[in-house]
Design a protein around this ligand. Sequence first.
Ligand code: NDP
Length: 683
Amino acid sequence: MKKAQNYVTGQWQKGTGDGVPMFDAVTGEVIALSDTTGLDFAEILQYGRDKGETLRKMTFQERGNMLKKLALYLVKRKDAFYELSYRTGATKIDSWIDIEGGFGNLFANASLRKLFPNQSYHVEGDPIDLSRGGRFMAHHIMVPKKGVAIHINAFNFPVWGMLEKCAVNWMAGVPAIVKPATNTAFLTEAVVKEIIASNILPEGALQLITGSARSILDTVQSQDVVTFTGSASTGRLLKSHSQIINESVPFNMEADSLNSSILGEDAIPGTPEFNIFIKEVRKEMTVKAGQKCTAIRRVIVPEKLVEDVQIALGSALDKVTIGDPRLKEVRMGSLVSKDQVDEVRERVEEISKTAHIVYGSLDKVNVIGADAKKGAFISPILLREDHPFTNHAVHEKEAFGPVSTIMPYKNLDEAITLAQMGKGSLVSSITTNDDNIAKDYVVNAASHHGRILVLNRESAKESTGHGSPLPSLTHGGPGRAGGGEEMGGMRGIKHYLQRTAIQGSPTTLTEITGIYQANAKYKEAEQHPFKYHWEDIQPGMSLKTHKRTFTDTDIINFANLTWDHFYAHTDITSLDGSIFEKRTAHGYFIISAAAGLFVYPNKGPVSANYGLEECRFLRPLYHNDTVYVRLTCKQKVDRDVAGAEHPSGIVKWFVEVFDADDELVAIATILTMVQKKQETFVE
Ligand code: NDP
């Protein structure tokens, strides 16, 4: 019998034991044996930490480009993954969520490179001035942790589960060790085989353990990060591992979640919202055969609409064909294993001690194209709990399959309380066309949820759905949902970076952060800064301009040119009682005049004005006031537009406008597009 392999310490390795069978969820056949006997987890973890140096030294741009390349490479090979995915019981759509959803995470994280500096560490937030004289300040930097990310994953998303997490730690510069659930590790293995064969990742960036790893946490260290997705009981066991506690290892947990979906009181039968709600609940019950951490478990509806919802959901579920997930007409495949069928049955039996089953049966399922006895098939089960305030099983027992329970509420406060009785969920949704109801629900229920979707006739058309966590949004929930947080764009990446406050002089912090800090020493440019190409410009490079005196005519002319006739510029008889003493220059005139002073007019590497940020006018400037400008390179932001005809980067320039007494009167950051050296210019 074929054995799944583990990719550890730079090689594919088979276990030395007998192995545990991994079953085809549809036919019951054994696909391969999972075997991790003989793996030395201490060595595997240390290997990752040591080899991580390469990733840590790469810049965010390089890491992002690596992810994009990997995603493109995997997309080309997706067909083989779909074939294997059917064997987990997943339909084509289910597999798309897992496989291409996983690749989507690589792409989305790759795009985040543009939000980070072009270096191996991040500079976070705004500078903090700590002194009166401007010579002592602080900033926060975030550097890659010098450990490994250990991902202990659930069976339901063997590809997405790996990639949504790895995309993030790779972007941060941290290597990963992935331990998928044994049941479906054969699919994860197939994807990792391609990843390793691609040679796109540096060696050590990814190790794979395709089976049991009971002692994997025994040697975790303080620089490592552990993530867990699975059952609450295993999660709690691992979170309280002595090594996790002793070494203060961050432990991100995503466990059971009894997600709710609320039908607004306005969404009566006949409204688009009623139909949207029924469709969404059916979808969430049956996609992935309900084996989704974000699936709708609790269907909370106005008391007077319970019957309508029950009937409408029943007929919607009637249309769900169950069977061999390869068949086009099949809408719902099987659960992942026979064990999982037993587990779901047990949970439903617990819930139905008080609730009653109003749709489906635990004993009977109609299946097409497969043998119902051999595969892990189960019918969708809809329950109804009429007393959800007194009977708590529905808020506590997660049947991880196509199972949901309808329950009534009398008013929105009750609906909110019921949602909260789940004691913390990954996601909740409300379907209503009344934005007051939506606001009331969202603001009051948010404390207990990681994400809330509001559906109505407008949003439903383009909604990504109740069950879809998105790479740019936080995924995780408080309490029962584990209290963790994954993805969420830049936020997710920061979980693998150490945030450190750095204190020192503005000049020192300019060097450390790569961003010019106000009051730092200027590096006088040897020629006009606009004459330099991208590569030769450095933060701090500075130019002091000649001076200019604003005249009364300048101000009048600017008013006429722009049609900005605000009284302070045009009517000196109205200045009494205002903050202005004399005819005042327009703020935009100050900035325009500043540009007139600092711009180098000849054709050169600066190809365009790209915009303006953080502009402030610190005091009014009057006619006869004289100004000069300091133009200082603040920051360089690289752009890697593939195939660009004129490769360029963005340079942010700090513009300080001073008056004749050297007092700062205005500041702005202007952005220019500066060409890289491939271009030649005629001076
Ligand atoms: P488990 O919690 O048993 O397993 C999750 C992961 O943890 C698997 O990779 C498993 O590996 C691993 N694991 C289990 N015990 C240990 C240990 N002592 N040390 C190290 N790793 C360990 O969940 P299941 O996958 O079996 O699913 C069971 C239930 O969990 C489901 O029925 C469902 O209720 C819930 N669940 C919730 C999810 C969510 O996101 N909310 C997702 C999936 C499941 P191995 O497979 O090798 O045992």
